[in-house]
Ligand binder design. Structure first.
Ligand SMILES: [Zn+2]
Length: 488
């Protein structure tokens, strides 16, 4: 694909900001009956005045800082006028620069990790607008084309939304997807959004091939779909060019069921929206105090986490597997201060606990799915000290812990899994002949002894390699027993 240029507009709801942008209604409306998360402000009733709320404003500034943006001296809101049933005021409050608005970010170079190549890449962010989400129209039977009724739910009306606009720096579909995923992860780390919530983000993609016209693809709902939609569209444009045709500048819609893009409508010119600064909202200065409060939200970022974990000697895949889930990353960082064997810790959390949760349809992105650090530290220490084979942790302990992360550690450790020194000694004393054979260098005797220990403790719980080591060590300690037996 020669000369592919992709730029993105990513709309992310600040679902974790607490309130809507200009009123106290909730930022996360999911699960509520229609039209119950509303008030005169977000219903656009006459006389109601918008008041910028601290939660969304701080979250937006924190997002801007975390993405490496230049901040303006003040946020200036503008009105974007259009008529639609889900927009009760008939205008949306946004920050259009062309009408003397000031966005919450004046530009940035954003660095992100591409887990396909393990390369760090960068994309220029042109600006980030803080704006309101409109309400939601729902259609009856037959959908938008045939339904006799349209129902409007204003629970979403006024929810804070970041519109992140990039320059056309992205090289391909996979690159675009990695960038969106890393951006969402960064916003999740600072507690601004939960990207797993339905409708928490939408992506519009601009794509051109070989210097041709750019085509906009609207309303892509997942990061996987970003990649699919772009693959399709690049192929479509390439075929037109190869056949000697010309790609038309247009807006298309991504039909994820059929896996194709379809023409939507001609793009409105920006002046048709009649933007002007919102007279109800004076410029909102970004004071030192406001910056401080925003900065206090940035306690951890994915890049730091990934570098710390790989710095512990953990492989990139496992390190990234942990980094992708902020609560799991925090658990790793806390536990890693107390254990020496960080590779085992990383494997336990990033591979096997994550796998056990996945088997139950859960994800370590939700803090309540995770055990307390003490439990994890104890488990890793037991493995380090040879008290508990790792296979037992994986096979017996983690599935229980995934079911109930609050299970006390005592009831997690299988009695039979405790391959202790004294158990090994007892087996060796009983199997005196095999012990002496082993000391005379017969390797078969070692396998026999491992088998004898496994018969004692049960198969599921053991790590044969660890037992082998323990037997060899113990055999050398009690060597004299054989010498005595031979001399008598
Ligand atoms: Zn409201």
């Amino acid at each position: 694909m020669v000369g592919v240029k992709i730029g993105l507009e990513i709309h992310v709801q600040l679902t974790e900001a607490g309130s809507k942008l200009f009123c106290g209604c909730r930022s996360n409306y999911r699960g509520l009956p229609p039209n119950t998360n509303v008030c005169p402000v977000c219903l656009g009733l006459p006389g109601a005045l918008p008041v910028p709320q601290p939660g969304p404003v701080e979250a937006a500034i924190a997002a801007s800082m975390a993405l490496g943006c230049r901040l303006p001296w003040a946020i200036v809101f503008t009105r974007k006028h259009y008529f639609y049933p889900d927009l009760p005021k008939n205008y949306q409050i946004t920050e259009y620069e062309g009408a003397h608005g000031a966005p919450v970010c004046l530009g940035a170079v954003f660095h992100y990790l591409d887990p396909g190549s393990w390369e760090w890449r960068s994309v220029r962010i042109r600006r980030i607008n803080l704006e309101e989400d409109p309400g939601r129209s729902q259609y009856g039977d037959g959908g938008i084309m045939a339904s006799p009724v349209v129902m409007v739910d204003y629970n979403r009306s006024g929810v804070p939304l970041l519109e992140v606009v990039t320059e056309p720096d992205l090289r391909g579909p996979r690159d675009a997807r990695s960038m969106v995923e890393y951006l969402l992860l960064t916003l999740e780390y600072i507690g601004a959004t939960n990207p797993r919530l339905e409708g928490a983000f939408r992506v519009d993609a601009n794509v051109s091939v070989g210097g041709g016209e750019r085509v906009e693809i609207k309303n892509i709902g997942s990061t996987l779909e970003v990649e699919r939609a772009l693959r399709y569209e690049i192929l479509r444009q390439t075929k037109i060019i190869e056949a000697g045709g010309k790609v038309e500048r247009e807006t298309r819609h991504w039909d994820s069921t059929r896996g194709v893009t379809r023409p939507l409508r001609h793009k409105e010119a920006e002046e048709e929206y009649l933007y002007f600064p919102d007279p109800d909202l004076p410029p909102l200065p970004i004071t030192g105090k406001l910056k401080e409060r925003a900065r206090s939200r940035i306690t951890l970022l994915p890049g730091e986490v990934y570098k710390t974990i790989t710095g512990h000697g953990v492989g990139r895949e496992v390190a990234w597997s942990i980094t992708q889930h902020p609560p799991l990353a925090r658990l790793y960082l806390t536990a890693s201060e107390h254990v020496a064997d960080k590779k085992t810790l990383a494997r336990l959390l990033g591979v096997d606990l994550k796998g056990a949760l996945k088997d139950l349809g859960r994800t370590p992105s939700e803090p309540e799915t995770l055990p307390p650090p003490e439990t994890v530290i104890t488990l890793v220490k037991l493995v380090e000290e040879g008290e508990l084979p790792y296979d037992a942790v994986r096979g017996l302990v983690l599935p229980k812990l995934a079911q109930n992360p609050k299970t006390p550690i005592e009831s997690l450790i299988p009695e039979k899994a405790k391959v202790t020194d004294s158990l090994i000694e007892a087996v060796l004393m009983e199997e005196r002949k095999a012990l002496c054979d082993l000391l005379r260098g017969k390797k078969k005797a070692l396998n026999y002894l491992v088998g004898a220990v496994i018969r004692r403790v049960g198969k599921a719980a053991v790590d044969p390699r660890a037992i082998r080591g323990m037997i060899e060590k113990k055999a050398r300690e009690i060597e004299r027993l054989c010498l005595e037996a031979e001399s008598s």
